[in-house]
Design a protein around this ligand. Structure first.
Ligand code: ADP
Ligand code: GLC
Length: 477
């Protein structure tokens, strides 16, 4: 049995902005099910929600500040959670990273540097719990300073750094680096310095004993200039210590047979019942309740990564076809505005919900026929897996985890019963449009469509296999 300290800035259902939370909520549970002794550490944000008891376990002094460590557990599991309580930094309303206008909180560097320092105290058994982890597993830039600080400790645990998204690096001006009192040894171009800026992610990439990313394809892509954002050289240099492990999904939370958020439960054997969820969606979004019109869904952050611009370019041609499109998401104001005005222009075809709504996300997965995910890059992506589990056929671009989890529909993949979606190559609106047209043709053959749905629904996206891969890695470390 390994002792693992899992360090993250979000974890569902405590606090979530995206897939990072889904993974950091469900992977620790899967590791606990494999009998590992795992504890999660996370900042005690104002918006953090827990239904379990919270108790004070200790007060420590870090970087001249008094910090409380509180203890709770993940709902419905044995995973212990340590909350880093420092109200001056974490008692902010709403989103952990940005204010209500989408601007980063001005002291993010200070907030996450302190979080990293406290995680190091926990990792070195200096929080008086008589528990010293073998492995410290860090996730994304917010935790990047942990491996860096730990590299200066004697008798330290081994460190693993998982990249969920290279596009977010935690870059701050040099002056911030100075004000953070970083150990001098870490401040150089072979350390935390990146073009005279402070780079949190480099802390993970340089000092962690091993690096993973959330799909095998993305692990290769980030070693190229297109996806490495200037860090590809470093990653290439560390490629012996870099691997990809595909994310799993929480099969209890995303299950069309039991999902409390959907109107009608169904399975692969009762696929015709899926239709009732479609009617419910059409009703809620005031779209005409036609059974045989292909309904496209999209849920996600409205940012360039997700290929929203490609969809916007296609929409004028799409509305000329017999289709409906429902989108749930929030992000860049420009995208939000354009989408809203298109919905006003085509109320029978396009419906937009700007915002964040967990329950509606489940209903869209259940009620849509086709899920759009034309990402420019996608480290793993979870919605294409949720879609397949719900018999909703994903249209994806062949990149990152999308390439690793969706099998394109071709004569041979139909014959060997693996076809589970539509895959296109180029990040262009014409390629996307072609994929959409291909989906519409396949949709007009109910027998073929049903086969695709069955193939998709029987796929195994459980955490089991991936958690075992993490475990094997911990053991190697
Ligand atoms: P990313 O982490 O890059 O945003 P993923 O596909 O890995 O992309 O995960 C996104 C997660 O966030 C999914 O669980 C998705 O359902 C959820 N999500 C994104 N936007 C919204 C929204 N507006 N409302 C509800 N859930 C959302
Ligand atoms: C990131 C990526 C997404 C991935 C998620 C969880 O947010 O953008 O592709 O699924 O992390 O690993």
């Amino acid at each position: 049995m390994k002792k693992i300290l899992f360090v993250t800035s979000e974890a569902h259902p405590l606090i979530k902005t995206g897939g990072l939370a889904d993974v950091c909520g469900s992977l620790p549970k899967a590791l606990a099910e494999l009998s590992q002794d795992i504890k999660l550490i996370i900042p005690n944000y104002q918006a953090l929600k827990t239904s379990e008891n919270v108790r004070f376990i200790c007060a420590i002094r870090v970087d001249n500040r008094n910090i409380n460590i509180l203890e709770t557990r993940m709902p419905d599991s044995h995973v212990i959670v340590w909350l880093v309580d420092y109200p001056v930094y974490y008692n902010y309303p709403g989103n952990p990273y940005v204010d209500e206008h989408g601007e980063p909180w001005p002291i993010n560097a200070e907030r996450f540097a302190l979080f990293c320092r406290v995680a190091v105290e926990a990792a070195m058994d200096r929080v008086h719990q008589d528990w010293k982890p073998d492995i410290v597993h860090c996730n994304d830039w917010q935790t990047g300073l942990v491996p860096a600080f730990l590299s200066l400790e004697h008798n330290r645990p081994r460190t693993l750094f998982t990249i969920h998204n290279m596009a977010y690096q935690g870059l701050f001006p040099k002056s911030t680096a100075a004000s953070l009192n970083l150990p001098g040894k870490l401040w150089n171009p072979a350390g935390l310095e990146f073009h005279e800026m402070l780079s949190f992610i480099k802390g993970g990439l340089i000092y962690a004993d091993y690096i993973t990313t959330v799909s095998p394809t993305y692990a290769l892509e980030i070693q190229t200039p297109e996806f490495g954002y200037g860090l590809e050289g470093l990653l290439d240099h560390r490629k012996e210590f870099l691997g990809g492990i595909i994310n799993g999904i929480d099969l209890d939370q995303w299950n069309p047979e039991t999902d409390p958020y959907i109107t009608q439960h169904y399975t692969a054997a009762t696929l015709n019942k899926k239709q009732l969820n479609k009617f419910e969606l059409q009703k809620r979004f005031a779209l005409p309740a036609y059974a045989r019109i292909p309904l496209f869904g999209l849920i996600g952050r409205l940012v360039e990564q997700k290929g929203i611009d490609l969809i916007l370019e296609c929409l004028p041609e799409l509305v000329a076809m017999d289709m409906q499109f429902i989108l749930l998401g929030g992000g860049e104001k420009g995208f939000e505005k354009t989408l809203n005005s298109l919905a006003q222009q085509y109320p029978d075809k396009i419906a937009i919900n700007i915002g964040y709504d967990e329950a509606l996300a489940h209903l869209i997965e259940a009620g849509a026929d086709i899920f759009l995910m034309p990402s420019r890059f996608e480290p793993c992506g979870l919605n294409q897996m949720y879609s397949q589990r719900y018999g909703t056929i994903p249209i994806v671009r062949k990149t990152g985890g999308l390439a690793d989890t969706v099998v394109d529909t071709l004569p041979e993949t139909l014959a060997n019963q693996t076809a589970s979606g539509i895959v296109f190559n180029e990040a262009s609106s014409s390629s996307l449009l072609e994929a959409i047209k291909r989906a519409m043709i396949l949709y007009s053959f109910p027998d073929i469509w049903k086969k695709m749905q069955m193939n998709a629904m029987k796929k195994d996206f459980s955490w089991q296999r991936s958690a075992e891969q993490y475990l094997a890695l911990y053991e190697n470390l």
